[in-house]
Design a protein around this ligand. Structure first.
Ligand SMILES: [Zn+2]
Length: 480
C-alpha cells in the first residue's frame, strides 16, 4: 500500500478470535476425506462422490507484506495461531518470489494472471500514462484500480468462461471486473468523492446491501487494523451466502505497520496477530460451509519488506540538467513505486536525452563509497519481465527508497521505516505461500514458488483454462 495514505490514528488491539474449534473442524474434514475407517466393509458399489459433486471453492487470501517467517515462526516468534494450523494441515513454500517491481498492484495482478508486469501491464501502483496506453484519463494520485487495465485474462475471467462464479473483497485492481460478488479496493484520491460513494459505484449492489445490514461501511483509512476484520467478515459472508468457486481476499495492515515502524518492529508482530485473527474469521466460514473437503485455502502475500532510512529522487538530477521543467513538461521522468522507479522518455527516439539521463544516473549511483541505487538496463528489465517502454530503471540499494520528487536534494530523509519494490530475489523481498484443503497434499515443503505459479495452480484446482501464463502448476502439492 502507499505510505502516502497511512493514517496516524491507531486503534486498540482487537481481541484475538478463538480459532481452535475452526481448525479442529477443518482438520477433521480433511481426515474424513483422506482416511477411511479401518473397520469399514468393502463397498459393493462405489460411494457417491460427494466431495467432487458438491460446489467447491478456492479461497485465495493475500496478506499484504507477508514474510515466510510469519508462518514458519508462527508460534515461536509470532502469535499467529491460524497461520500455524493452516501450515500444519497443508503444504507450504520456504519462500515465494514476487515480481519486479515488488509492489502491491503489479504483484496482485501477477497473482491473478500468472504473468509478470511486462505482460499484464500494471507497471506501478499509481498510474503513469507515459508507461503506455491507458483506458481512461487519470489524475495524479490515481492508482491502477480498474480491471480493464489488465492486458491479459485474470482468474475471474477464466471462472466466468467456465460458467462458475467468483467473489473478491478489497483485491487490488478489481473495479469493473467480471466478478459476481465484488467489494473492490478503491479510495478517494480527491476530496470531491467519499469512500462510501466510490463503493456505491464499484461494488456489487447485492453484496453492498448485505454488508450494510451488518453495520456501517468502513470509512477509516486503509491499513487500519479494524478494516482487515471488516474485510474478513465481508468475505466470510460472501462465502457462506453465495459459495463462489473463487474468492479473493486482501488483508492489508501488516504492510502498513512495516512501512511505519520497519520490518521486525513489535508493531508489525502485533499487526500480524490481528491479521491472523481476520484469517480465523475466514477459516471459521470455511469450517461452517463444508470445511477442507470442499474448500482449498491459499494464503500468500505480494512482496516482503526491508528497512529504509533515506529516499533518492532522480528527478532532481534531471531537473537540474534542464531535462525537466515541471511535472507536466519533461523530456525524461522517474516514476517511482516503492523503492524503485522506471525511467521514461517523453520521446522514446530522443537519444540525446537518453544518453544524458543514463550518464546522470550512473554518475550519482555511488557517493562517498556508498551505493544508493543500481541502474537496471533495458536488457535487464526485459529479463525481469518489467517496465515495458522504459529507458531503464533505478533500484534502491539497501536502506534507500526511490521518490518521484522533483525539488530538493537528490538524497533526503524519508518518514518511512520500511519499504519494498526492489528486485524480488534480493534479501527481505520474498513473500510466502501456504496451501491447504481440498486437492492439496499435506506436509509438502516447496523449496521455492513464485507469485506467477499461483494462477495456473488455482486454474488446475478449478479446471479452468489459463493459456499463456509464465508460471507453472505447483504439481508437487496437488493430491491428484
Ligand atoms: Zn503490498
Amino acid at each position: 500500500m502507499s505510505p502516502l495514505r497511512l493514517s496516524a490514528r491507531r486503534s486498540a488491539l482487537p481481541v484475538l478470535l478463538p480459532a481452535l474449534v475452526v481448525v479442529a473442524a477443518l482438520t477433521a474434514g480433511a481426515c474424513r476425506r483422506s482416511t477411511p475407517p479401518a473397520s469399514a466393509p468393502t463397498p459393493v458399489t462405489p460411494p457417491p462422490a460427494v466431495a467432487s459433486a458438491a460446489p467447491t471453492t478456492v479461497l485465495l487470501i493475500s496478506i499484504d507484506g507477508l514474510l515466510p517467517e510469519y508462518y514458519l515462526e508462527a508460534t515461536t516468534r509470532f502469535r499467529a495461531p491460524n497461520l500455524a494450523r493452516l501450515l500444519a494441515a497443508g503444504s507450504h513454500a520456504a519462500a515465494c518470489e514476487s515480481i519486479f517491481p515488488s509492489v502491491t498492484y503489479p504483484a496482485h495482478a501477477s497473482i491473478v494472471t500468472g504473468v509478470r508486469s511486462a505482460l499484464h501491464g500494471i507497471v506501478a501502483n499509481s498510474v503513469f500514462a507515459g508507461a503506455g496506453a491507458t483506458r481512461r484519463t487519470y489524475r495524479p494520485g490515481d492508482w491502477y484500480w480498474y480491471a480493464d487495465e489488465l492486458r491479459v485474462p485474470a482468474l475471474w475471467n477464466a471462472v466466468r468462461a467456465r460458467g462458475l462464479t467468483s467473489g473478491a473483497v478489497s483485491w487490488p485492481g478489481t473495479v469493473g471486473a467480471s466478478i459476481d460478488y465484488l467489494i473492490p479496493e478503491v479510495w478517494p484520491a480527491r476530496r470531491t468523492l467519499t469512500h462510501e460513494s466510490l463503493l456505491e459505484m464499484a461494488a456489487t449492489p447485492e453484496v453492498l446491501a448485505a454488508v450494510r445490514r451488518e453495520g456501517p461501511l468502513p470509512v477509516a483509512a486503509l491499513g487500519e487494523p479494524d478494516r482487515d476484520d471488516w474485510i474478513a467478515r465481508t468475505a466470510a459472508g460472501i462465502l457462506q451466502r453465495h459459495r463462489p468457486s473463487l474468492l479473493l481476499v486482501h488483508l492489508i495492515s501488516v504492510d502498513h505497520a512495516t512501512h511505519v515502524h520497519g520490518p521486525g518492529a513489535p508493531e508489525v508482530a502485533a499487526a500480524l496477530t490481528r491479521v491472523d485473527a481476520a484469517l480465523g474469521v475466514l477459516l471459521d466460514a470455511v469450517a461452517a460451509s463444508g470445511g477442507f473437503a470442499r474448500t482449498t485455502v491459499l494464503v500468500t502475500g505480494d512482496h516482503g519488506g526491508v528497512a529504509v532510512h533515506s529516499a533518492v529522487a532522480p528527478n532532481t538530477l534531471f531537473r537540474a540538467a534542464g531535462l525537466i521543467e515541471t511535472s507536466d513538461v519533461w523530456k525524461v521522468w522517474a516514476h517511482s513505486s516503492g523503492s524503485q522507479a522506471g525511467i521514461y522518455l517523453r520521446d522514446p527516439a530522443d537519444r540525446e536525452t537518453a544518453a544524458a539521463a543514463l550518464r546522470l544516473l550512473e554518475e550519482n549511483a555511488v557517493a562517498g563509497g556508498t551505493r544508493r541505487y543500481t541502474v537496471l538496463s533495458r536488457a535487464e528489465l526485459d529479463g525481469l519481465g518489467s517496465h515495458p517502454g522504459a529507458l531503464c530503471a533505478v533500484d534502491g540499494a539497501p536502506g534507500y527508497t526511490i521518490s518521484s520528487g522533483l525539488r530538493g536534494e537528490l538524497v533526503r530523509a524519508t518518514p518511512l521505516r520500511g519499504n519494498h519494490g526492489s528486485r524480488p530475489h534480493l534479501d527481505g523481498l520474498a513473500t510466502g505461500l501456504v496451501l491447504a484443503g481440498r486437492g492439496i497434499k499435506p506436509g509438502v515443503l516447496l523449496p521455492s514458488a513464485r507469485l506467477i505459479d499461483i494462477a495456473p495452480t488455482v486454474a488446475h484446482l478449478l479446471d479452468l483454462a489459463m493459456p499463456g501464463v509464465e508460471g507453472r502448476v505447483l504439481a508437487e502439492v496437488l493430491a491428484e
